[in-house]
Each structure stands twice: as C-alpha cells, then as structure tokens.
Ligand binder design. Structure first.
Ligand code: SAH
Length: 389
C-alpha cells in the first residue's frame, strides 16, 4: 500500500466519488511505487478519501475502487465481478441473447476491466496497471462466476501504452476458438471473429438499436452506412425490409456482412458496396426510407470536436438529401465529446442546409449491459438520434 497525497483543494473530485485521480492533483507519493498496487488517497489535510489502483505512468494516477477510510482487499474485485455477472443473468433489459458485455469497467466499479461474452467464450480486456497486476485473481473470479470454458485476452494497445503495461493477446484459459463464434441475439444470427474483429469482435452496444431497426424495417428501402459486418442490415432483413444497401470500407467486414445476409439473398434485393460512406451518400441518389449512419468515432480528443462536427453535419446533410419523404434516419455518435446536445445541434444544422424540417422521435444510447456510473460521466460515449425527415 502506498499513500498518494493530493494537493490542497484537489480533493473535490474524489469526494464526489469520481474514480480518477489525475496526475495534476497529486502532491506527493509515499511508499513503494509498484504499478497496480493499492494506493490510499489522502487529502492535503490528511483525511483518507479512498483506495484505488496505482498507475505511475498514466495521466490517471489512481483508479479509485473504494471511498471512505476503510481499506478494501482484492476480494472486492472478485465480489464485483460476481455481482456484474449476476446482474446480467436473466436481465429483461438485456433480453434474449447469448452475447453481451458482462463487465463494463467504471460502469461496474471495475476500472480497467471489460469482459464480453460470445456464447460460451469470454473476451477480456485488462487496460490498467491495477487489473494487469491482478490477472490471476480476475481469471479465477470470472471462471467461477461464468463457468466459461475459454477466454481470450484482447488488449487495447493504445490504453496499454498509456499505462505502460505489456500488450498481450492470447488465451487466458481454455482454448478460445480461432474460427468465428456463432452468436444469437433474439432471432438474429451472427458470426463473431473475437481475435481479429473490431472492438472485441462485435458491436454489442448497438443491440437496442438493432431491435429498433428490425421493428422499423417492414417495407422500407434501407441504407446501412458504416455497416461493419451488417449488424443493422440483418435486423432490417429480419424485419422485412424491401431492399437493403450495405456500405462499409473494410473488405473483411463486408464479406462477413454478405455471409450474414445470405439467407435473404433470394428474397430481398441486397447491394454490397465496399466504399467510402461519405462518398456513397454524395453519389448514390437512393431514395431510402430508413438510413442508419453509424460512423467510427470522429472526435477521439476534445480538440477534434469542431472538425468532427463538420464531418457529421456533412454526412447528415447528404443523408437527408437522399431520404424519401417521411424517411427515418438513425444517426449515431460514438465519441464521448459529441454528446446528445451537440449532436442535436449538428442535426439541426444539417436540417437547415438541406432545407428540410426534421423531427426527433427518440434518443438512444448504449444498452443495459453497458451501464454508465453517474459518478463517471466520461463512461457515456454512444449517442443516437432517431429522426424523421
Ligand atoms: N454499424 C456497425 C458498426 C460500425 S463501426 C455495427 O452495428 O456493427 C464503424 C464502421 O465504419 C467500421 O466497420 C469501419 O470499418 C467503417 N468505416 C470507417 N470509415 C469508413 C468510411 N469512410 N466509409 C465506410 N466505412 C467506414
């Protein structure tokens, strides 16, 4: 255990249960400096505010796991893993699926730990010095809580560099399959490449939006921009879309999308375009009745916000120009820096430029297996708007 003393007046964030102690708030450190060790966080006046994991290399020096003066033990982590898994079991907000996020980092009071389940197999991301140092404990707790026969460790290389921890990909236990894993979400079937796919293999965070697309699809001409492996297109096909156009820049992803949609190849006109979605929206007239716009994060840092806002607006403007009367547009931002308010303003700008009034029908976010702690607003990243043009 080491002691991290905060600078005078820098105790506010920890008192408000925010889990991060930033380097600028730290006055001095006493005791060992072992990465990942438990750190007691102390105010300038000498009051113990909480306990967390020490990350000497990161801008986030301590990830707090417990508040108050009582020192926790590593049992806390095992208990929280067990609780996170138990909370998802049979959760009606998650619903019928064998693929879900089991642990969502700060959202489950487990900073640095993300665990996704795909059928029997877990994919685990340990992204802090604290979790990296406790991998045996995490493995034990996950095996006990889930009974999963295999787990793959999938690193976040960028986060690992920031933390100064090794980047490691490989089995954590058992023999995670190299071939894609078949998952089922409601009646929708997908194949997930846990070793090579984006994120941990699939956009689990768009499940609620896929349900919505399926419900809205009947009889509509659907355009799925930034489609990845066709998560939304499969939902549209299940829902009875009149036609579906899939646009995605990655070859591997669009090949998987074709496979996913094979069962409908004879019944629904399908168009697959390995293309730049910005260019596609400009060039291809449509019209479309249901358009999904789900680009990668355009603003990774707060300094990117202006440029990203312009890119989003341009994208939405062209989307609106391609939309049939009364079309629905489901538009997403997965950048924390472009939240609901700014996203509405961007949509408004596009509506003005397109000279088309637009209604907001619904606001969307990540589903219940991706909880956001009120103590940690930075955990919210996904914003969606269902618009009618
Ligand atoms: N809608 C998807 C997730 C999209 S993630 C789903 O629900 O599964 C963003 C996707 O956009 C990624 O698959 C990425 O490969 C793709 N992409 C990034 N830039 C692109 C571009 N300019 N044009 C088309 N696709 C792009």
């Amino acid at each position: 255990m080491l002691d991290v003393f905060l600078k005078p007046t820098r105790d506010r964030s920890a008192r408000r249960r925010h889990p991060w102690v930033l380097s600028g708030a730290v006055d001095r450190v006493e005791g060992g400096e072992e990465p990942g060790a438990w750190a007691r966080v102390v105010s300038a006046e000498g009051e113990t505010l909480g306990f967390g994991h020490w990350s000497p290399q990161s801008q986030i020096r301590v990830r707090l796991l417990a508040f108050g003066s009582e020192a926790p033990s590593d049992d806390l982590i095992a208990e929280r893993i067990e609780r996170a898994v138990a909370r998802r079991a049979g959760d009606p907000l998650v619903g019928d699926t064998n693929a879900m996020r089991l642990v969502n980092s700060e959202g489950d009071e487990l900073p640095g730990l993300v665990v996704d389940r795909y059928a029997d197999v877990l994919v685990v991301r340990l992204s802090t010095a604290g979790m990296d140092a406790r991998r045996d404990l995490v493995v034990d707790a996950l095996r006990r809580a889930t009974g999963a026969p295999a787990a793959l460790e999938r690193p976040d290389a960028q986060a690992a560099r920031r933390e100064g921890i090794p980047v490691h990909q490989g089995p954590l236990w058992g023999d995670p399959p190299k071939d894609p894993i078949a998952i089922r979400e409601r009646a929708r079937a997908y194949r997930v490449d846990i070793g090579g796919g984006q994120k941990t293999g699939f956009y689990l965070d768009q499940r609620d939006a896929r349900d919505l697309v399926q419900a809205l699809a009947p009889g509509r001409r659907v355009l799925d921009l930034f489609a990845y492996t066709g998560g939304f297109s499969v939902a549209a096909a299940h829902g009875g879309a009149q036609s579906i156009a899939v646009v995605e820049s990655s070859v591997e992803a669009i090949e998987t999308a074709e496979r996913h949609l094979e069962p409908w190849a004879a019944a629904i006109p399908l168009r697959f375009s390995r293309d730049d979605a910005f260019g596609f929206a400009r060039r291809v007239a449509g019209p479309w009745d249901l358009i999904v716009v789900d680009p990668p994060p355009l603003a990774r840092r707060s300094g990117d916000v202006d440029r990203a806002a312009r890119a989003y607006k341009d994208l939405l403007l062209w989307t609106l120009k391609r939309a049939a009367p009364d079309a629905l547009v489901l538009s997403f931002s997965c950048s924390h820096h472009i939240g609901p308010d700014l996203f509405r303003k961007i949509a408004f700008g596009a509506s003005l430029d397109a000279e088309r009034p637009v209604q907001v029908l619904r606001e969307l976010g990540a589903p219940a297996d991706h909880p956001v702690a009120l103590d940690h607003p930075e955990g919210r990243y996904l914003t969606g708007l269902l618009l009618r043009a």
